[in-house]
Ligand binder design. Structure first.
Ligand code: C2E
Ligand code: MG
Ligand code: MG
Ligand code: MG
Length: 288
């Protein structure tokens, strides 16, 4: 609890701005400066195995340590960057920071994987994929520890341009995850063409599923599709013990959400895990 309360200012900021562009006015010039001055920081959120309470991996989530506005959540600035020429450079900085932390975790005896969010538009240019492959090859982290998350709606919009790149990354051994699954109006046929390894069920179907017969039906069919396509499945936005237990009962593979932990700085991850692992070993006794 004490280690998590350190991040409470971050969380409040994140929630305040979550999805709403109510934050400060930011410009592309500031993005360029932030890249030069290394103002972007990778936070990491654990992904837990529901069956045995093991820590499987983490998702890297960008934060901006802004010199005037403090720590900003991506809701304030990610659209600006994704529309700019800086998206590839930002993605590569996130990759580098993640590789550095991953190295430390592996050396400490925790062979965690990590996911980074990649905008589908930036993959339309094959140079980003080439750079990702190169940097991972130059690190001593094997590509199977690296998962690229791409939102479902983005994949489906640009499928014809990105399919070749995605297939190439999968062949190199990278994991490929369909993020926000269930919100992108894709059908099983389209989805089956994407060479992905994982579906990440959007929190809209997860959060509160234990309290809603309707959500539960949608969640069950998402899990069913994942099973039929032989994909790993991660439920995002798990906030309560009841939802955690339901997901476990339904055979969902992994879970991520505030019930487990909020995103945290990379150097806090192992301490968090060491003081929280007991909680997940006997899930029926988990406190909410
Ligand atoms: P996402 O990839 O779907 O990430 C999950 C978001 O849900 C994160 O918000 C996370 O903090 C939040 N979250 C996690 N657990 C819970 C929960 O239990 N309840 C609720 N209500 N929320 C939860 P965050 O960090 O603000 O990121 C928002 C979005 O910004 C991400 O959604 C992703 O689309 C984008 N993003 C974040 N980092 C990057 C990045 O490095 N590159 C790109 N291109 N996009 C990024
Ligand atoms: Mg994601
Ligand atoms: Mg997501
Ligand atoms: Mg989502």
């Amino acid at each position: 609890v004490t280690s998590l309360s350190r991040f409470s200012t971050v969380r409040q900021h994140a929630e305040q701005h979550d999805g709403k562009p109510a934050g400060p006015e930011l410009s592309e010039e500031e993005v360029a400066r932030a890249l030069r001055n290394k103002e972007f920081v990778a936070y990491f959120q654990p992904k837990m195995c529901l069956a045995d309470g093991a820590l499987k991996g983490v998702e890297a989530l960008i934060r901006w340590q802004h010199p005037e506005h403090g720590l900003l959540a991506p809701g304030c600035f990610i659209d600006l960057i994704e529309r700019s020429q800086y998206i590839s450079e930002m993605t590569l900085q996130m990759l580098d920071m993640s590789l550095q932390h991953c190295r430390i975790w592996h050396d400490a005896g925790y062979p965690l994987s990590f996911s980074i969010n990649v905008s589908a538009r930036s993959l339309a240019d094959s140079r980003l994929a080439d750079a990702i492959v190169e940097r991972v090859a130059a690190s001593d982290i094997a590509p199977r520890y690296v998962i690229l998350e791409i939102t479902e709606s983005a994949i489906m919009t640009d499928l014809s341009t990105t399919l070749g790149t995605l297939a190439r990354l999968r062949l190199k051994g990278f994991g490929l995850s369909v993020d926000d699954y269930g919100t992108g109006f894709s059908c099983m046929l389209q989805l089956s063409r994407v060479p992905c390894s994982e579906l990440k069920v959007d929190r809209a179907f997860v959060n509160g599923a234990s309290q809603s017969a309707h959500l539960r039906i949608l969640l069950e069919s998402a899990l069913d599709i994942a099973r039929k396509l032989n994909l790993r499945v991660v439920a995002e936005g798990v906030e309560t013990r009841a939802d955690w237990l339901l997901l476990r009962e339904l055979g969902c593979g992994e879970a991520q959400g505030y019930f487990i932990a909020k995103p945290m700085p990379g150097d806090a991850m192992l301490a968090w895990w060491r003081s929280n692992r007991e909680r997940f070993l006997a899930p029926s006794t988990l406190d909410s």
